[in-house]
Structures are given as structure tokens and as C-alpha cells.
Design a binder for this molecule. Structure first.
Ligand code: RIB
Length: 306
């Protein structure tokens, strides 16, 4: 295993059911294909880093219920260190209720439960471990101040995946090395309507306070903005089947590549391949099982190099 990655983040159990059309208020519909799946941005990103061969640990909170137990078992199967996972006696494991309609259209309700009770104290208990990581990665399905505290504790590369995004003054992110919003998240952070032409301007404002702003653009790849420059990294062409979780594959792979000493541009290119692999659902099935292993991603990269 090469590279040490620490993830501070969420776990959600997904309850997924498929319907012929989305329901309206007060309606009961017959669905099909019900399944329970592992999810949550923190968990997905940690699993991605571990599958790509990094020594990975997760700091998270789950409920004292069967879903929390399932989460911890899954992380152990994926060889993720769970020493700093807290079992919360007062709040349930995070849950997502997902209704999938035609053409992948969906309705999702998330109750983040125990995730929103992950505290700075939980992070403080793991301070030595956080400092030993080559890369520390956090998202925002846990309290913003907990993510920020964890990143500020870290001594390696600090990445914030600001998802789901909140209005965020750029100066609050000082000290973080890389932020990885998608286009919609960049707009939510900076306070403009997505689609307006000020994506690059917004990214430049944040790049005054962090080393790199990496805005993910789906099938178009990503832009990498620093204090002096704006560079575009292309994504490989694939037949995208479902882009849910592509950002998680991207962030887990970005952390992996940086932990191995890639440059930021090389790491973003590697991460774009992981995101495309996931969106194409090359392994089929549910999101977390579709995240690539190291050898699968290497093969995919060799078949999709530019
Ligand atoms: O990024 C996808 C994830 O976000 C899903 O696994 C779902 O749990 C939501 O948290």
C-alpha cells in the first residue's frame, strides 16, 4: 500500500426504489428493485482511496443501530481503519431515501442523523493520526466547523470537497490546499446563479486563499485555478450511465494520487479518469461497488489516454 489518506466525513445508508414515474403529493405508487446500499460522500471517498491502494482511515459518526454496524463492517472489508469511528447513542445513522424514476430522474431525502454530530472533539482524539496522513480529505455532510478543524489540524495536503455547498466567504478557507467544488457548488459558495459566466472569476477569488481551486465539470473534465493560471484538464470520453458518485470517485482518486506525490495537474487527470469510470458504471451495480480498484483504473487509463 502506498500513500496515507485520512477522510473526515459522512456515512449514509441509501434506501433505493425504482418507479415508472415519480409520485405526486399524497400518492402511493408501486415500485420495484428495492435495495439498501452503502453511501455518504465521506464513506464513498474513503472506499475509493482504499481501493486504489492507499492506507486509509475514516473519522465518522454512525448510530448505535444495525446500519451503523453495517457501515463499520463494510469499512473493515475495504481495509479502512475504523479506530476513530464514533458510535452515537443518541442519533441514528445517516439515511438517504432515493426514488429513481425514468431517465435516472430522482427524488432524494437525506437525514444526516449522527453525521451532523461529529464534533471537533472527535477530531481532537485523532490528532496524531491526522498529522501522520499524506493527504486529509473532508466534505460537508458533517458540520462545516468540524471539517475545517480537521483540515487545519492536518500537516499533509488538505483537500475540502465542499459538497453539499454553503455560501462560503473565501477567506474562511485560508490554509486549505485544494477545494474541489463542481459548477453548482462553486456558484452556491460564491453566491451567484449557476450557468452565469462567472465560474472562472469566482474560482479566482477563492484561489487567493487556497493553493488550487479544482472545479469539476463532469464529462468536460475540470479546471484547475491557482493564483496565476487557469488550466483545463480533459475527461476521457465514456458513455455515462449514472453520474451519481462521480465526484466521490474523483475526490478519492485525487487524494490517492497526491498521496503518491503526483503534481496537482497529474492528480486531477488521474481523478478525471476515476470519475469517468464510475459514471460509465463499467462494473455495473450500485455506486459503491462500481468504484474502481487500482488495476481496473490503470487498465482504463491505458485504454483512454489522450
Ligand atoms: O455523492 C453521492 C452520495 O451523496 C450518495 O452516496 C449519498 O449518500 C449522498 O450522501
Amino acid at each position: 500500500m502506498s500513500g496515507k489518506v485520512g477522510v473526515i466525513g459522512s456515512y449514509n445508508t441509501g434506501f433505493v426504489v425504482y418507479v415508472e414515474r415519480l409520485p405526486i403529493e399524497g400518492e402511493t405508487l408501486k415500485g420495484h428493485g428495492f435495495r439498501i446500499e452503502h453511501g455518504g460522500k465521506g464513506s464513498n471517498q474513503a472506499i475509493q482511496a482504499a481501493r486504489l491502494g492507499c492506507q486509509t482511515f475514516i473519522i465518522a459518526r454512525v448510530g448505535a443501530d444495525i446500519f451503523g454496524e453495517r457501515a463499520v463492517n463494510k469499512w473493515r472489508v475495504e481495509k479502512i481503519d475504523t479506530t476513530y469511528v464514533v458510535v452515537d447513542r443518541d442519533n441514528p445513522t445517516g439515511a438517504g431515501l432515493v426514488i429513481v424514476g425514468p431517465a435516472g430522474r430522482n427524488m432524494i431525502i437525506v437525514d444526516l442523523g449522527a453525521n451532523m454530530h461529529l464534533t471537533k472533539n472527535d477530531v481532537a482524539n485523532a490528532v496524531e493520526r491526522i498529522r501522520s496522513a499524506d493527504v486529509v480529505l473532508a466534505q460537508l455532510e458533517i458540520p462545516f466547523e468540524t471539517s475545517l478543524h480537521a483540515l487545519k489540524t492536518a500537516e499533509g495536503v488538505k483537500i475540502l470537497n465542499p459538497a453539499p455547498a454553503l455560501p462560503t466567504p473565501p477567506e474562511t478557507l485560508k490554509g486549505i490546499n485544494i477545494i474541489t467544488p463542481n459548477e453548482v457548488e462553486m456558484a452556491a459558495m460564491a453566491g451567484y446563479t449557476p450557468g452565469e459566466a462567472d465560474l472562472v472569476n469566482a474560482a479566482k477569488k477563492y484561489a487567493k486563499h487556497v493553493d488550487n481551486v479544482v472545479v469539476t465539470l463532469g464529462e468536460k473534465g475540470a479546471i484547475v485555478v491557482d493564483k496565476n493560471d487557469v488550466k483545463h484538464v480533459k475527461a476521457p470520453r465514456v458513455n455515462a450511465v449514472d453520474s451519481t458518485g462521480a465526484g466521490d470517485a474523483f475526490n478519492g482518486a485525487l487524494a490517492t494520487a497526491l498521496a503518491r506525490g503526483y503534481t496537482v495537474l497529474e492528480a486531477v487527470e488521474y481523478a478525471c479518469h476515476a470519475g469517468a469510470f464510475l459514471a460509465a458504471r463499467i462494473k455495473g451495480g450500485e455506486l459503491v461497488e462500481a468504484l474502481p480498484e487500482e488495476k481496473e483504473l490503470e487498465k482504463f487509463i491505458s485504454e483512454h489516454s489522450f
